[in-house]
Design a protein around this ligand. Structure first.
Ligand code: ATP
Ligand code: MG
Length: 245
């Protein structure tokens, strides 16, 4: 990858994510759910941010908003100069449940985002195979998702999020389906990936242990519980020591 040569280019290549007073209200008939209320957050390029919070506090909603998969009800989200209104190729997403296309092989699934972005699939084949090997699925490239265990599917989904080399990686409880040993290995791999590439990583989890384990994280945000609200209210500056309120 050629390094950007001007500040403007740098902003395009390594954009800051900014949320200003973002809210999300889900409406279904008379049912109204205030999932997020007035969330303001700035994530600098290259930061590793863990968002921690209990079930239902709006973590996945936050992921879907930043990814441009759903519109905000209020406020504004920008990634660099771009106002987020739809999904963008610069963002890689690992969903809470691994969503793989049943009719495509594992390698076919990995190459799907590349295909969708109209990029030359063959050029990405070596990267896809390398990523599969990194997540321990080198021998499963030509298998179908139904032939994989839950953990293997999630590992394939993690590899898929990385195949087009996104500058931003958003992961929603990505290790939930993995056994303890694989989880630890994947955590170390993720840390290594972050250290070597300095991608901006937004790591969503309900596990305080997992958030704390992201030791080199420059900032951690806690999504506080509350009825249908999440305040991103805490950030930690210490890179190697965890302190909690
Ligand atoms: N599509 C939807 N329609 C209506 N309500 C929704 C929708 N998605 C989420 N919600 C509601 O918004 C709130 C936040 O949901 P969200 O999935 O963001 O929580 P979460 O923090 O990711 O929880 P978990 O840790 O269990 O995954 C919940 O009350 C949920 O019921
Ligand atoms: Mg969730």
């Amino acid at each position: 990858m050629t390094p950007p040569s001007s500040p403007a280019q740098a902003e395009v290549h390594r954009p800051t994510i900014v949320l200003r007073d973002v809210s999300k209200v889900y409406r279904r008939g008379a049912q109204v759910t205030h999932a997020l209320d007035a969330v303001s957050l700035t994530i600098a390029a290259g930061e590793f941010v863990a968002i921690v919070g209990p079930s239902g506090c709006g973590k996945s909603t936050l992921l879907r908003l930043i990814s441009g998969l759903i519109p905000a009800s209020g406020g504004e989200i920008t990634i660099g100069a771009r106002r987020v209104t739809k999904p963008d190729g610069g963002v890689g997403i690992v969903f809470q449940a691994p969503i793989l296309l049943d009719w495509r092989t594992v390698i076919g699934n990995l190459l799907f985002p590349v295909e969708m972005q109209g990029k030359p699939v063959v050029a990405y084949l070596p990267t896809a195979r390398k990523l599969l090997a990194q997540v321990g699925l080198a021998d499963f490239a030509d298998r179908y998702p139904y032939e994989l265990s839950g953990g293997m599917r999630q590992r394939a989904a993690i590899a898929r999020a990385l195949v087009h080399d996104p500058v931003i990686l958003i992961m929603d409880e990505p290790f939930g389906a993995l056994d303890a040993l694989t989880r630890e290995q994947m955590r170390l791999d993720l840390e290594q990936l972050w250290l070597t590439t300095r991608k901006t990583v937004l790591f969503i989890t309900h596990s305080i242990d997992e958030a704390v384990a992201a030791r080199r994280s420059r900032r951690r945000h806690v999504a506080a519980p509350g009825p249908h609200r999440a305040h991103h209210r805490h950030s930690l500056a210490a890179p190697t020591r965890a302190r909690w309120p």
